[in-house]
Design a protein around this ligand. Structure first.
Ligand SMILES: C[C@@H]1N[C@@H](c2nc3ccccc3[nH]2)[C@H](O)[C@@H]1O
Length: 448
């Protein structure tokens, strides 16, 4: 292996309590909110086809015009308790809020820049009330922070000249100051979700990032930081030059999901997902495919079945309202979670053979197995193949446990379970299996 000073500092998974809690979340809520919500994907009557939070980079929108938007930021409809209540009914166990996106506008009162909420007409801290409201609902809060900052004069995407390097030193200090400030102001935060770390300039900062990550972890013991923050000695992120995971979990699944357990390399991971194809910040004209609650539930279940967390994005509008499409989805997913959360919370990967009807999840504590059925076979027969020596002790409907199933053994360790669920069920159906303990092989009596 390659000698690294700033590569991965831990082999294998974190097993501490905070990480176990993270692992068991299942469902999270991403919130992208900032100045970009004011134009909402349009400028001077023209439609911007890119991601709304990137509108500043659009050739038809002068940077100066964007940078003046803070003078219009006055979200009178902002109601953090209502947002937290909605997230609770959705069934989210954690929430990730953009404290500062690529545009550099800070939703908290930062002493290190004037480009923050205190200099907007709104004038007040946004992050604090959100942290308070979500903590009150028992939903853990994580802080999204973009290292890339188009507003800061010292920011560089690459370091070419001596002047670049000098300016970037100031930018690094500013970045460190803001991060330590966020942890001081919001000490109940459970972790940081970093973004905007793909620049060449940042990839040269292995030592700086390593020291800063250590400082942050010292400030809040147990803090959870993903693989997108630190570059290693050779500028590699997510996985160091020896292929070892950086940070506490893999943060590479943005708007995409792993297909197989092998794709996850057995690591912890999260998938962050937009409702439209590619809009994180508020866009007033969603075009292309907008995901249904059925699709989002399938992505959630697929994530949990592969040992990951699924984080659904919300983009509140410029006045601080959650748009109706997201409210509707939150209600539909929440209704399904009300009945079926047992197959999500505290669940993860089960090594039974994947079947076409859907996904297995396994409750890490009870060992109970959940069959989440998305594709009902025309003959209603759900095939289940178990590893040998494991039987199906009890099988019943999660929604109505009085509805029990007698598996039909069709081959050795292979069964058909004949669906009884009414065809009217809107979302996927969940069947619970209480597997028999693994029978001891003959003659393997353990020595007393
Ligand atoms: C979580 C997501 N990450 C940001 C982002 N910027 C990108 C630039 C290039 C490629 C992918 C990107 N994702 C998006 O704006 C959103 O915040």
């Amino acid at each position: 292996s390659i000698a690294l000073e700033h590569g991965s500092h831990r082999l294998g998974k974190r097993t501490d309590e905070m990480m176990q809690t993270w692992r068991n979340y299942g469902l999270g809520q991403f919130i992208h909110w900032g100045l970009y919500a004011i134009p909402g994907g349009h400028w001077e009557g023209k439609y911007y086809g890119g991601a709304a939070e990137w509108i500043r980079s659009w050739k038809d929108m002068p940077n100066e015009a964007y940078d003046e938007l803070y003078k219009e930021f006055d979200p009178q409809n902002f109601d953090p308790r209502a947002w937290a209540k909605q997230a609770k009914s959705l069934g989210a166990k954690y929430m990730i809020i953009t404290t500062k996106h690529h545009d550099g506008f800070c939703l908290w009162p930062s002493e290190y820049t004037d480009y923050d909420v205190t200099n907007s007409p709104y004038g007040k801290d946004i992050i604090g009330p959100l942290v308070e409201a979500y903590d009150a609902e028992g939903i853990d809060v994580y802080l999204y922070f973009s290292v890339m900052d188009w507003n800061h004069l010292g920011y560089r995407s690459k370091l070419e000249t001596e002047e670049d390097r000098e300016a970037y030193e100031g930018f690094k200090e500013f970045t460190r100051n803001q991060l330590l400030e966020l942890l001081d102001l919001y000490p109940t935060t459970k972790g940081l979700w970093f973004d905007g770390t793909w620049d060449a300039a940042w990839k040269e900062q292995a030592a700086f990032a390593d020291k800063l990550e250590t400082e942050m972890r010292e400030k809040i013991p147990g803090l959870i930081i993903g693989s997108r923050f630190r570059p290693d000695d050779y500028g590699n992120r997510h996985f160091d030059s020896n292929g070892d995971l950086m940070g506490d979990y893999e943060q590479g699944w943005e708007r995409k999901l792993p297909e197989t357990f092998e794709d996850t390399k057995g690591n912890d991971w999260d998938c962050v997902m937009t409702v439209p194809e590619n809009q994180w910040g508020y866009h007033s004209d969603w075009r292309g495919h907008v995901k249904t609650s059925f699709e989002l539930i399938e992505m959630l279940v697929k994530s949990v079945s592969l040992n990951g967390n699924f984080v659904m994005n919300f983009g509140p509008d410029g006045q601080g309202s959650i748009r109706e499409e997201e409210t509707k989805l939150a209600a539909e997913i929440g209704d399904w979670m009300d009945v079926n959360h047992e197959a999500i919370y505290g669940c993860g990967y089960l090594d039974w053979k994947k079947q076409d009807w859907g996904y297995y999840t396994k409750n890490r504590e009870t060992g109970k197995v959940y069959m989440v059925v998305f594709n009902r076979p025309l003959n209603g027969a759900l095939r289940v193949k178990t590893p040998s020596k494991i039987g199906l002790e009890k099988v019943y409907s999660l929604k109505e446990p009085s509805v029990t199933y007698e598996p039909e053994e069709v081959h050795k360790d292979e069964y058909f379970i004949h669906l009884k669920e009414s065809k009217t069920s809107k979302g996927p159906v969940v069947i619970v299996i209480e597997p028999t303990k693994e029978k001891q092989q003959e003659g393997t009596e353990y020595q007393k």
